[in-house]
Design a protein around this ligand. Structure first.
Ligand code: 13P
Ligand code: SF4
Length: 301
């Protein structure tokens, strides 16, 4: 049987490629990756890399962001089935007609969206920088696409701005209820520190000790003296948490995003070997979407 790990490392060197992975992908992929992070970190890191090929182990919108920002690099997505179910909930046509209804509003699209939607947005955001993007964008009325829970979370912090929320959400995070958390705490440990991704609904966020992106959750634990945590986001994050904090204990509700998990070592090997599943974007679309991503980078700081 082929030793995929060795072969991938050999090909990576030979082809001057870098492997980027999101915290939700399989453990063995995170282990092999050169850079592992949340969606914001991964969107920025591609810009800094001096490589010819980026193999993006995450969902398609993430690989597309890498291509939008780094058009001169070849970006590969190891498995074309890796598609975020939330990203497709808003089409470009829908957004254009929403803009017509709210002429004074600016459009902020969560990066978990189609490239076509980014292309008609004023700025993008991720779960870790949505707060800053909304705070810094020059508008009081904002159409926020497509995650209503993240939008609602940010709206609570800015009562003076009006967010017009899209009716979309992530089915993986939306599935979690307050009852799931209360039952778990009652059964195992009532003192667990609860860490919640902002894609969860309000009843879940209300029970959180901390709400943040995957990267922010990882960082929060570093600063927290407690030993036991209940992590309310996709289980792939546990790989990084256990490696980084061997003296802490992590509990989870077995939350799985299948599109993230569909990428295997074999897919990664084949994609790198044959340079297949390349992300190709029409240039005028890329340029328009690039503006929204660059605006995000500016507004996020
Ligand atoms: P992060 O911004 O935390 O990486 O989240 C991306 C995502 O898809 C969450 O479901
Ligand atoms: Fe998309 Fe939800 Fe999976 Fe994140 S967890 S990639 S939002 S389907």
């Amino acid at each position: 049987m082929k030793n995929y790990k060795e072969e991938i490392l050999r090909l990576k060197k030979e082809k001057n490629a870098a492997i980027l992975a999101h915290y939700y992908v399989r453990d063995e992929i995170q282990e092999l990756a050169d850079y592992v992070g949340d969606s914001y970190y991964l969107s920025k890191i591609g810009l800094e890399l001096d490589c010819e090929i980026i193999v993006f182990c995450g969902v398609s919108f993430m690989a597309e962001c890498a291509k939008i920002l780094s058009p001169n690099k070849k970006v590969l997505l190891p498995n074309t089935e890796a598609k975020c179910s939330m990203a497709k909930l808003a089409s470009q046509k829908d957004v254009i007609s929403m803009k017509k209804k709210h002429k004074n509003a600016k459009v902020v699209s969560y990066v978990n969206s189609l490239t076509e939607v980014k292309a008609v947005s004023d700025a993008c955001c991720t779960s870790s920088n949505a707060y800053n993007v909304i705070k810094n964008i020059d508008a009081n009325e904002i159409i926020f696409i497509p995650d209503k829970h993240l939008g609602n979370h940010v709206q609570e912090k800015f009562p003076d701005k009006k967010l017009i929320l899209w009716d979309g959400s992530c089915d993986v995070h939306d599935n979690i209820s307050a009852k799931d958390i209360l039952n778990y705490k009652e059964k195992f440990n009532s003192k667990l520190i609860v860490l919640v991704h902002p894609e969860c609904k309000k009843e879940v966020r209300k029970l959180a000790n901390f709400i943040g992106s995957t990267g922010q959750i990882i960082d929060y634990i570093r600063k927290c003296d407690s030993k036991d945590f209940l992590v309310i986001t996709e289980d792939g994050i546990l790989y990084e948490l256990k490696n980084r904090y061997p003296n802490k204990r992590f509990h989870s509700l077995n939350i799985i995003c299948n599109p993230m998990k569909c990428i295997t070592l074999k897919d990664l090997y084949n994609s790198l070997l044959l340079e297949k599943n390349e992300i190709v974007l029409e240039e005028s679309l890329r340029v328009a979407a690039n503006k929204s991503l660059l605006n995000m980078l500016e507004l996020a700081t």
